[in-house]
Design a protein around this ligand. Sequence first.
Ligand SMILES: C[S@@+](CC[C@H](N)C(=O)[O-])C[C@H]1O[C@@H](n2cnc3c(N)ncnc32)[C@H](O)[C@@H]1O
Length: 1005
Amino acid sequence: MNDDSPRLIEIAFPLKQVSLDSVHEKNVRHGHISTLHIWPARRPLAACRATLIATLLPDPGTETERKPLLERLAGVVKKDNAFKNAGGRKVPIIKEYTQGGILHWGRENGPDLEFFRQEIKKAYGGRAPRILDPFAGGGAIPLEAMRLGCEVTAIDINPVAWFILKCTLEYPLCLAGQTRPLPSFALESPEFMERFLKGTRNGTKAQARRKEEATQGQMFEVPEADLSGHVWAWGHWVLNRARQDLERFYPTVDGKPTVAYLWARTVTCKNCRATLPLLKTLWLCHKDNKRFRLAIKKRHDKSGVDFAVVAEPVVGSNAAQRRAHDHRVGQGTMSRSGAWCPVCGGPNTVAMTLEDTRAEGMTGRLGAQMTTVVVNGLRGKEYRPPIAPELEVAEEAAVHIEDIFKDIPFGLPTEPTPPAGTLGNSIALYGFNQWYKLFTPRQLVALGTFVKHTRAARDAMRVEGYPRDWVEAVSAYLVCIFDRMLDFNSTEVSWITSVEAIGHTFVRYALPITWDYSESAVVNYVRGGWRMSMDAVLESLDTITTASAASPPQPTTGPKSALKAAHFGQFDLILTDPPYYDAIPYSDLMDYFYIWIRRMLNGLSTEFDEAFREPVGPKWNHETNNGELIDDSSRFNGDAQRSMSAYEEGMFRAFRLCHEALDPQGCMVVVFANKHPRAWESLASSMIRAGFIVHGSWPVQTEQTARIRAQGSAALASSVWIVCRKRPQTARPGWDTQVLEEMRSRIYGRLRTFWDAGIRGPDFVWAATGPALEAYSKHPVVKKADEPNAVLHVSEFLHAVRRIVVDYVVGRVLSRDGESTEVEALDNPTIYYLLHRHDFGLAEAPVGACILYAQSCSLRDRDLVDRYDLLAYGKSRAAAEEQLEETAENSEEETATSGSTMRLKRWEQRRRKDSGLPVSSRRATLIDQIHRIMHLWKDGDVQRVDTYLEEQGLRRKPVFPRVMQALIELARKDNQADEVSLLESIMNHISARGMHPQMRLIPEG
Ligand SMILES: C[S@@+](CC[C@H](N)C(=O)[O-])C[C@H]1O[C@@H](n2cnc3c(N)ncnc32)[C@H](O)[C@@H]1O
């Protein structure tokens, strides 16, 4: 494209459809690229595809042409009546979904895809447009660009990400359509051949028929298979060999195959010297119709405890009683203050504080005790205590570790884990300072054995005479299978009692200490085993392969830093999703995979050897001022300021290089998915400083908001996709008055659109920030009209924007006609209260959102706690996350690694004597006045209510009944029946006494 005419995305975007399909994609378990290899914060493919198409295509110019184009891309939104299960009750809901288009999972290769490929090519004069993603991570953006026929350059500083990019982009394209004879051993395996010929291995029926004909026609010819057929064959080869070596470590008892072994870490009680099991829960299976838990039995000699498995009946006549009972009987030995000793103490005592346990861990004195064996019985999973041979074999495994690792390059993984103090990592505090310590001896034996055979498969492939690129690709996918299995095999993996399955290591992107863990029987066909991992990788490979069907140009990938990528050439579009401050410590976490990949790939190619030369992934190089862009002060000797500046300056340099690499008419789209005002301010100012101007932005929902709210999570429900262009050289400085005026005149229309699209909570604030920046970024600098030489900083500008947004939301809360009401007459704490109550009710809210709202209302969160008595600190995030662990699985959304929660105080809890009364020069806030009236009314003091209303002049305040009405509705939404009836009776009383004409109770509905 060689003109400046607007792109489709600068005018319109099918926001609702993209959000619906992105949220849906999060639930896809089979075939998604996320099952090929874990990478944190992968963006939904639907959103990447939609953004690419809408940015590469010109806007058709008229609504008549635009509408069918958008429909062809994203389909239409349909609504159905449906039900959802809410605590055992069926609740009617409206289910929205898309029909048509090429965004929904499974429709990505629909007939219209070719239309878009051709349109894109046409827009670029018949050539493939060149796309760069300098922070490509797990490859969602480049994969979609490839699907659209673009010429892709995808780089990431982390070699693990680069390895994933090779498996996602390079191999499938290089080897697309190629087949090779299956290895000779395949013919010898009846199981393999039967499944292969039947095409059960995901091939189409036509493919299966062809394979069958091939074998039948040439009786003794080995059939040909594509890449994934070979991965399947060699995956089996590895499994068969590993199984022979490992089977004895996973004995089958009574003919029931083992699923997993459950363990508790142990510590010696400092009071009685008994071995104390550290258990978070005693529950083994916690379902409505199946309930088993551990019972702890003190040993006679008081050396420790043994375990029994008991069926637990349902006790309690209502849900609350049942919950309380289950909580009591399921309580493990761990609390947040430490552990109690079942030998010398009771649940209300603490024998070992967390500090005690850490000290033991640091000197290598944490042990482990097997509590349960889970087996597959005739009617599902069964639980029993381990028998002696099972305990012996688990212990004996330690003897074999050295032998297994002596022939593996770099030996046992003794590389250091991220040091204590790094983001989201508490394992080092307990002495887990080298990676191998994160595995049981049997896990190490099993992993080492699979590494050995994965490496041997490569040699065997060479002997069979396969070409170099084929061997490399098949070996790489075997590594993906291994890594998938690795995620399920560490002592960081919990047992999920609600679904009776093992969890996985990266439930969220952090490495917290796990007390009770589960160990999968990897050689069996169980979750966490090689077979299951192989199925997942192969399903993913099959869907990935479809993206290269149109033979796009060969992609360029590299383990390179975005701070050094100037030489990448010219691009028509840069679409990227950069790292955000301290959100995810990619390199620290992904070292978990790095160290194993390094061992498996070593010697496969010089390219791999070079990329994985260092013992662990790249962090920050102080000499070259280059490295992973993440704000982690532990990389700067604890200097928070230096760490932050390195990140901010690094982002600026990266955007500057993007500016150089972008064609003059090109677009850059940056994904923002962070909730901290500072992150926005810094990324926005880097982009503007680097010479970009914001031309549009779209907040795409990626998580169900209900889930976010229910979890009190800090994760964003949406990411904002900001569209930029290069600012013309001729752009002149702007004046704050004009810029603010222009921002105000533009923003309300966009706020209405976003509100109607269902965007709520902190996301709504961020959604508005993009459009607002359009007015500001037009100028290289914005000066203050009434202050000579002073400039309006991005932070000041965005503060003004947030205030408008907050007022808009509260205006909607106060209004009943669907339009926003003026809130100027309201004081800031009351605005805060309404905003918070609307978005989070009385539940725990993430502290980040509270700070954001407080700042937007020109308040400090601390003042809302101490001075205004509106907020209380909630449970810590860690505690909340502990409860959520089981449901959070597979969420790839960015999750903050620190923080806690806050909640609004209920009116009954707000009992300060002077609340609602003016104190010195400060007037009482409206919310305090209302809560005071509620207390007086509750006490039956009608006379004092009337006097108070009179004294405070509330009868004459038009905003008073609006806020009362809003509070009634908010209380109704929170199921606070007492609060609703109290507020209603106050309103009725005031109406009956005669009042300001606007003060009549507004009927419900
Ligand atoms: C938000 S993630 C990208 C996720 C990706 N969009 C996906 O869908 O998987 C940001 C990425 O930036 C990478 N990164 C951090 N610093 C970098 C640097 N200096 N150069 C290149 N990549 C970097 C991280 O390794 C991480 O993969």
